[in-house]
Write a protein that binds this ligand. Sequence first.
Ligand SMILES: Cc1cc2nc3c(=O)[nH]c(=O)nc-3n(C[C@H](O)[C@H](O)[C@H](O)COP(=O)(O)O)c2cc1C
Length: 154
Amino acid sequence: MKKVNTKNFRKTLSKFSTGITVVCVKNNNSIFGKTVNSFNSLSLNPPMVLFSLGNYSSSIKKFSKTKFLSINILSSKQKKLSDNFALTAPNLEDIKFIEGTNKTVIIPNCIANLECELMDKIKRGDHIIFICKILELQSNDKLKPLVYFNSKYF
Ligand SMILES: Cc1cc2nc3c(=O)[nH]c(=O)nc-3n(C[C@H](O)[C@H](O)[C@H](O)COP(=O)(O)O)c2cc1C
């Protein structure tokens, strides 16, 4: 075993394969989205999930102040969306967002979408953990997931 540093921590954690989500909020008619793979299920009853965002992110305030948000789980055909929403200023022009029932915006053609209510935020280290209750959801059995492993898409 080796002593931990930022480089070997990142490298080691990259060996844990994940799906990829884009978390979206709508704030004063502007849409903000971030690519997030720190998503996980938290509770079955009530249905809850969590994800974490760096407190240095340019849009952290938009996410911290929201009541509702959507979590969009990307399909294997949505690599470009993942790259786009990892940018500070993602291009939103080509995305035909669907209005959710809870003041959320949903990305179309995902393998799954969750509409959530933000229940809790926990600051730990340089990230904030967002705990969300699921209000509505949908999934598509015909699509394959976008998988992230070793800092590459699969
Ligand atoms: C595959 C992938 C997964 C990511 N997962 C997270 C994550 O879970 N949490 C996070 O804060 N940033 C994550 N990021 C980085 C953000 O998408 C974004 O680049 C970062 O927050 C900087 O945003 P900013 O330029 O708006 O400050 C991920 C990026 C990629 C490409």
